[in-house]
Design a protein around this ligand. Sequence first.
Ligand SMILES: [Zn+2]
Length: 225
Amino acid sequence: MANEDFLWPHGLGCTHFVEVQKGYMVDPRIVPFFNQLSIACAQAGFKLQIESAYRSFERQLSIWNRKARGELPLLDAQGKLMEVPKDEEELLYAILNWSALPGASRHHLGTDIDVVDGNACPKGYQVQLTNEECQGMFAPFHEFLTEQINKDQAFGFSRVFVPGRGSIKPEMWHIAHLPTSRKSLEKFSLENLRNIYKNTDVACKKVILAKLDQLAQDYIYPYFI
Ligand SMILES: [Zn+2]
């Protein structure tokens, strides 16, 4: 196994991250930019609220394995609940519709966050992070974010999962601090990831190991932007 320094882009050993909002941890380098974006949002009447930030390898592994066992809802490409396929390859691609491979999620980097407009959430509302929300209650917020990104006034933040890029479904709510994530991704290694899987109890392990190069081409590298 490689030096531990080189494993934190895979969600292992990220001890230097800091809390930026109620329980959400990020790479400390993005905090000043997050604060600037929060202020810009506030000035436009929006509350930049994080719904997901840093996620460890163990956490992503747990999500992955629970989806494979049917303990968490498995959704098809259209977002509809589906049965857990018996075939391991079918299962792998079904999980990949909405969940990243453990060790290859951009949420491991601490530079990526899922965001909503806290001011638009009805009291007690449980955020789902769906397209319906982005086109509904959070639409004005996303229009504002799009404008800021297009004008290069989002302090380095941008969307990553956009239509036409890679095989992951578009996720409007997911933004990344690209100048920082680029630095972290220099330490990403597919060989380290392969070794991690060999030593991990991950669902669909056989297919993942057999197809890792192709999976990286479709689900990992297109988002190294
Ligand atoms: Zn996300």
